[in-house]
Design a protein around this ligand. Structure first.
Ligand SMILES: Cc1ncc(COP(=O)(O)O)c(C=O)c1O
Length: 356
């Protein structure tokens, strides 16, 4: 039977929220009233056949690429789906990091890929290791998939490791798909997209997580022009054309991106400082420390995780994402960047639940 669902997405949509919601992964929603746009700038219909030209140009400028390398998609979700559907035939061997974002594996299973894993090890802070990729690689590998920043840990992949993974992919004629939806949370010395590292790299991203603009569904793929053209054509089977008002708003958002990103940066950084205090003083959990990102994954050192998370929800009105969705059964993921008071109180409640 073909895989036709996502357990994680279902959970997130039905059970993620709570008064103290630490089951988030993106920053606080950016309000429309703060976007410098008037109703006169909006229109319902427009010329969006293979991309709305001003939006194509805005995405390309942000990424310092040619517009021919940009394929627009509804969020990173559809960008990932479209990229993988263009690169993978049923039965193709695909290597994907473990742990990872569940939607990536469920989409690969839906596409009929033969999914193999390479480890991102907790003991090395979930670092991307080319040696682990090499161990799993075979001459049949068609695609290598990873997230950067890593979901759930937020580990930043080192450029030499990415380059080595690119070399490995090239040696067997494979591509590397890097989901970069969290990469813009690197606020200092931000790396460019891995698309710039070599022709085998395909990158996906959106304005969702780090800009609080999920509702615009402004996502895209960076790929070499011939591959990008193939993706546009495949997209005719999926989405045909996007919602034009969202394209117009996305152009304005891209013109004001620094302002939008800085709005939540303070919250993300304040939450990270609170998390550090919490981890420094906690005997009950451990976590890989990271410098950037909106998520952290914590290991519960004693006790049963599902009953802990149920108690956290029922008695302390606080949610976190169960690690089972990342194949980390003794862990839970928490999110930063929404509301510092909520985050601090959520952590306090986690401490209470841990010690009761
Ligand atoms: C790694 C990763 N990719 C993609 C997405 C979805 O992004 P979007 O909301 O832009 O579709 C998420 C959401 O949690 C994610 O964690």
């Amino acid at each position: 039977m073909r895989h036709r669902h996502s357990d994680y997405m279902h959970w997130a949509k039905t059970q993620g929220s709570a008064r103290f919601n630490l089951a988030t992964s993106g920053v606080a929603a950016f309000p429309l009233r703060e976007l410098p746009v008037t109703i006169e700038q909006l229109e319902i219909n427009g010329d969006s056949s293979y991309g709305y030209a001003p939006l194509q140009q805005a995405m390309a400028s942000k990424c310092e690429v040619d517009p021919d390398c940009v394929v627009a998609a509804a969020g990173t979700s559809m960008a990932n789906h479209l990229a993988m559907a263009a690169l993978v035939d049923p039965g193709d061997e695909v290597l994907i990091e473990q742990p990872t974002y569940e939607l990536l594996t469920s989409t690969l299973l839906y596409l009929g890929a033969s999914v193999k894993r390479f480890a991102r090890r907790e003991e090395s802070g979930y670092a991307l290791s080319a040696a682990e990729v090499r161990k799993a690689l075979t001459p049949k590998t068609k695609l290598i998939v990873l997230t950067n920043l890593h979901n759930p840990s937020s580990a930043l992949a080192a450029e030499p490791a990415l380059l080595e993974v690119g070399d490995l992919a090239r040696s067997v004629g494979a591509h590397v798909l890097v989901d970069e939806v969290y990469l813009d949370a690197v606020y200092t010395n931000a790396p460019k997209s891995s698309f710039h590292l070599g022709a085998e790299f395909v990158a996906t991203t959106s304005l969702t997580k780090i800009y609080g603009l999920s509702g615009l569904r402004c996502g895209w793929i960076l790929a070499q022009p011939d591959l990008a053209r193939a993706m546009w054509q495949l997209n005719d089977l999926f989405a045909s054309i996007p919602a034009h008002p969202a394209e117009l708003l996305s152009v304005v958002a891209l013109q004001n991106l620094d302002k939008i990103r800085n709005r939540s940066r303070k919250i993300v950084e304040a939450d990270r400082a609170v998390l550090k205090e919490f981890l420094d003083s906690s005997q009950e959990v451990s976590a890989a420390r990271t410098e950037f990102g909106t998520t952290a994954v914590l290991r519960l050192l004693n006790g049963q995780i599902e009953s802990f998370l149920a108690r956290l929800r029922d008695e302390y009105e606080t949610t976190a994402v169960p690690g089972r969705f990342f194949e980390l059964p003794n862990h839970f993921r928490i999110g930063m960047g929404v509301d510092s008071e909520m985050f601090r109180e959520g952590l306090r409640r986690i401490s209470l639940a841990l010690s009761s």
